[in-house]
Design a protein around this ligand. Structure first.
Ligand code: SF4
Length: 364
C-alpha cells in the first residue's frame, strides 16, 4: 500500500454559512466561483480525481470551505450519501469536513457518524471572546470548547484551525489560544495567519487604520511558537499558511498581511535556526570554520531562504565559514569545529530547543 494520502477536495463555498466573518471571502479562498453544490457536484469531483489515483493509494474525501455541518440537513445528507457510497465501495478510506463550532450538536454528529465521517475540523480561530467579537465570528470560546468535547465524545478525530493576528488579538492572546486549544486535545491543527483578502470587511478596517496585520516576520515567529507547542504535545500541525492558489497570492486577492507561498517552510527554517543558536550559545566561535553534518533533506531548513539562517549564524557568532556534510543518520544534526564536536540534536528536539531559545530571548 502506498502510504501517501491522496486528498479529494470538495469545496462547499459559503453554502450553509450563516455568518460573515470580517476576514472571509469564502469563494475566493476556496478558489472556486459560484457552483451548484449537490450530489452531482460531489460525484463529478470524485470521478475526475479517480482517474489520476493509483490503485493502492489511500484516499480521503474532504469537504472544505463553508461550514459543512451548517448546511441544510437535506442537502448535507445528499452530499454525505455520496461520500458514504464511495467509502463503502472502497474508493475512499476516510472522510473529513470543516465547520463552525456553533454548528455542532448531538444530532449533527449522529448524522455525520451515520454517513461515515471520520474527521471534523473546527474553525475555532481564536479562543478570546473579544477577538471573536471583533472578527464577527458569531460564536464564543465556550462554543469551541463544547463542540470540541462533543466531537471527541462521539469518537471523531478532532481538528482545530486557528488564526493568529485577528483584529484585537495580541501575541499573548494567540499563545493563550494555542494553550487552550492544546487543552482540548485536538488530533491535528492548521494555523492560518490572518490575511487581508479583497472584498472583505477587514480591508475596510485596514484602510481606516483600525486593523494592522502581522508582518511576515511576526507571523513566522508566532507560528513557530505555536507549531512547537502543538508538536511537543503530540498534536500534528498539518498546515501553516494559506495555500497559494490562482487567486490567493500576492498579485491577486491578498491585499496585505503575512502571505508567503512557502510559509510553512519559513516557519520550519525559523525553528531550525533557533535550535542551532540554542545549541551554540555560549561557545566562542569567532573566526572559526564550522561544519554541519545532517541529512541532505534538512539542509535547506538549516540554511534558510537566500541563506538567511547561515548569514544570521555567521553574524551572531562571528563564524568565518559554515559548510555542510551529508550524514547517514537522517534524524541527527551534528555541528563540528574541525574534529571537535560542538553539539548535536535530533530533529524531534527542535521544538523544545526553539521554546528554550525564545525563553532565553524573552521575546515571548
Ligand atoms: S464561518 Fe467560515 S465560511 Fe462562514 S463567514 Fe466565517 S470564515 Fe467564512
Amino acid at each position: 500500500m502506498n502510504n501517501k494520502m491522496k486528498i479529494i477536495p470538495v469545496f462547499v463555498p459559503h453554502v450553509g454559512c450563516p455568518n460573515d466573518c470580517v476576514f472571509c471571502n469564502q469563494k475566493k479562498i476556496t478558489g472556486v466561483g459560484d457552483v451548484l453544490v449537490n450530489s452531482g457536484y460531489v460525484t463529478d469531483i470524485i470521478e475526475e480525481c479517480r482517474k489520476t489515483i493509483k490503485a493502492d493509494t489511500l484516499v480521503q474525501l474532504a469537504f472544505f470551505g463553508g461550514s459543512f455541518t451548517a448546511i441544510d440537513s437535506g442537502l448535507q445528507e445528499e452530499l454525505l450519501r455520496v461520500g458514504k457510497y464511495y467509502k463503502d465501495l472502497g474508493v475512499v478510506q476516510s472522510i473529513r469536513c470543516s465547520t463552525r463550532p456553533d454548528a455542532i450538536n448531538n444530532d449533527i454528529l449522529k448524522l455525520q457518524k451515520k454517513y461515515g465521517m471520520d474527521i471534523i475540523e473546527l474553525g475555532i480561530q481564536s479562543l478570546d471572546d473579544e477577538v471573536l467579537k471583533l472578527s464577527n465570528r458569531g460564536h464564543t470560546k465556550t462554543d469551541s470548547e463544547n463542540a470540541s468535547r462533543l466531537i471527541k465524545e462521539h469518537g471523531f478525530a478532532l481538528g482545530h484551525q486557528v488564526m493568529p493576528g485577528l483584529p484585537g488579538s495580541t501575541i499573548q492572546k494567540d499563545i493563550d489560544t494555542c494553550r487552550l486549544s492544546i487543552s482540548m486535545k485536538p488530533d491535528m491543527v492548521r494555523i492560518y495567519p490572518t490575511l487581508i483578502i479583497k472584498d472583505t470587511d477587514l480591508i475596510q478596517m485596514y484602510n481606516e487604520g483600525r486593523y494592522h496585520p502581522l508582518t511576515l516576520t511576526e507571523a513566522v515567529e508566532i507560528c513557530a511558537y505555536m507549531c512547537s507547542m502543538y508538536s511537543l504535545n503530540g498534536i500534528k500541525v498539518i498546515r501553516m499558511g494559506l495555500q497559494n492558489t490562482a487567486t490567493v497570492n500576492d498579485d491577486e486577492d491578498v491585499v496585505a498581511g503575512p502571505f508567503h507561498p512557502a510559509f510553512g517552510q519559513l516557519v520550519e527554517e525559523r525553528i531550525y535556526l533557533a535550535s542551532v543558536i540554542s545549541m551554540l550559545k555560549g561557545i566562542d566561535l569567532r573566526e572559526k570554520n564550522i561544519t554541519v553534518v545532517s541529512d541532505k533533506r534538512l539542509v535547506s531548513s538549516i540554511v534558510g531562504q537566500k541563506k538567511s539562517n547561515i548569514n544570521e549564524l555567521k553574524e551572531r557568532f562571528s563564524i568565518k565559514n559554515i559548510s555542510f556534510q551529508d550524514s547517514c543518520d537522517e534524524n541527527i544534526i551534528e555541528i563540528f569545529h574541525e574534529q571537535h564536536k560542538l553539539g548535536s540534536f535530533n530533529k524531534y528536539e527542535i521544538y523544545n530547543n526553539y521554546l528554550q531559545f525564545k525563553r532565553g530571548e524573552q521575546c515571548i
